[in-house]
Design a protein around this ligand. Structure first.
Ligand SMILES: Nc1ncnc2c1ncn2[C@@H]1O[C@H](COP(=O)(O)OP(=O)(O)OP(=O)(O)O)[C@@H](O)[C@H]1O
Ligand SMILES: [Mg+2]
Length: 371
């Protein structure tokens, strides 16, 4: 799938701009604060219905204006898709091929974004990694989002109940039904995550090995707060979960918190058997994130039969030349890619295909070159 035409109106520092990207490789270059990331943001919104920068969408509307539009024409193997987003203070309307889109189909049209903050995937907290699992990998499993929603609802209610039991306004017995539900949905989620990791591990290892010129072996390992053996069936996970949850009941009441389950899990990344969070260099950590993003692209292709769009905001030129070239070789001619850079002259990637370059200044494309 690729973006054929983009038009943004009153979008952040742009008043009106049309962009007709190259089918494969596009570079937005310009000084700081000119509007490079803003363009990536508009493409991301058209693909997901949401911004990656803010939850307060009113911020996106140009300061001098009352509304903002994004119009995107995408082309897939089989059809044309036109997405139109209209933002007004406190209001958002999305139309796909002229039809009002209710509940954006998650992750479609496909897009994978790599931004500098994504390094927290390696360095950040377990919560950051779980977010990634839930939002970026989970959607590859058709029912993941559904069960995650159910699990989180039960978790919320169970935590409330634990607090009430502590305050003596509810009885211990009332926990039983919530335990049962938490463990059911939790076992389902865990079993989906196990499946995901089973598919991902060899893929990730291969991608990383290639990106590093066959030098580094990357391992991803799931860390469960419940003692489960791998492989385990959903029923085995359930049995173990319910057993452990009963053992820690007192502690959970004391702390008014559900202490075990998928919401407390994490995953670790190892390069040549060394924990990358502790020992990985900046460049190694960046390469790991890149590996995870490429694995998303390939998974997307496996599921949908189309490559998603790739956005690289200020990350490509922070990689050394070998790793950068390995990435470009991997995506070029397959994945429509948009990159940003502040230094036009640094960009001389060896590409088999043409590259379209947009020079951005003060909310305008002031020059376009094809090379
Ligand atoms: N709602 C808005 N209305 C007008 N201008 C805005 C709005 N929101 C953000 N801006 C401005 O858009 C400008 C460009 O932002 P953007 O993040 O795209 O820059 P950039 O080219 O990616 O810069 P950098 O190289 O520093 O990442 C900023 O100076 C910001 O003040
Ligand atoms: Mg930027």
């Amino acid at each position: 799938m690729y973006l054929k035409r983009l038009k943004i109106t009153n979008f952040r520092n742009y008043s009106s701009q049309i962009i007709e990207p190259d089918k494969f490789f596009n570079i937005f270059s310009g000084s700081n604060a000119q509007g490079k990331t803003n363009i990536l943001e508009s493409i991301f919104i058209a693909c997901t219905g949401k911004s990656f920068r803010t939850a307060r969408e009113t911020e996106i509307i140009n300061w001098q204006k009352e509304f903002s539009y994004i119009n995107c024409q995408f082309e897939t193997n089989s059809r044309q898709v036109e997405v139109r987003v209209e933002l007004r203070p406190g209001k958002k309307k999305i139309e796909v091929n002229g039809v009002l889109a209710r509940g954006y189909p998650q992750g479609w049209p496909g897009i994978v974004l790599f931004k500098p903050e994504d390094l927290i995937l390696v360095k950040g907290s377990p919560q950051d990694r779980r977010r990634f699992l839930d939002l970026e990998f989970g959607p590859f499993h058709p029912q993941y989002g559904h069960f995650l929603g159910l699990y989180n609802r039960v978790l919320f209610q169970r935590n409330n109940l634990l607090r009430e039991i502590k305050d003596k306004s509810a009885k211990n017995d009332s926990l039983r039904v919530w335990n049962e539900q938490l463990c059911r949905y939790g076992a389902r989620l865990l079993s989906m995550r196990m499946d995901l990791f089973k598919n991902l591990s060899p893929l990730i290892r291969k991608i990383h090995y290639d990106l590093t010129g066959e030098k580094e072996v990357l391992d991803i390992r799931y860390l469960s707060s419940i003692k489960i053996k791998s492989p385990s069936s959903e029923e085995e996970i359930y049995n173990q979960f319910i057993k452990e949850i009963q053992e820690i009941e007192e502690e959970e009441i004391k702390r008014s918190q559900s202490l075990i389950g998928p919401h407390r899990d994490d995953f670790n990344l190892y390069i040549d058997n060394k924990d990358a969070r502790i020992y990985g260099s900046q460049g190694q950590q960046r390469t790991i994130v890149l590996t995870l993003k490429i694995s998303q692209i390939l998974q997307w292709y496996q599921e949908i039969g189309e490559y998603p769009i790739l956005l690289l905001d200020d990350v490509l030129f922070e990689l050394d030349e070998n790793r950068r070239q390995a990435l470009l070789d991997r995506v070029s001619g397959l994945v429509q890619t948009f990159v940003t850079s502040t230094d036009e002259n640094r960009i001389r990637p060896k590409m088999k295909f043409t590259v379209k370059k947009f020079i951005i200044s003060a909310g305008k494309v002031v020059d376009t070159k094809e090379e």
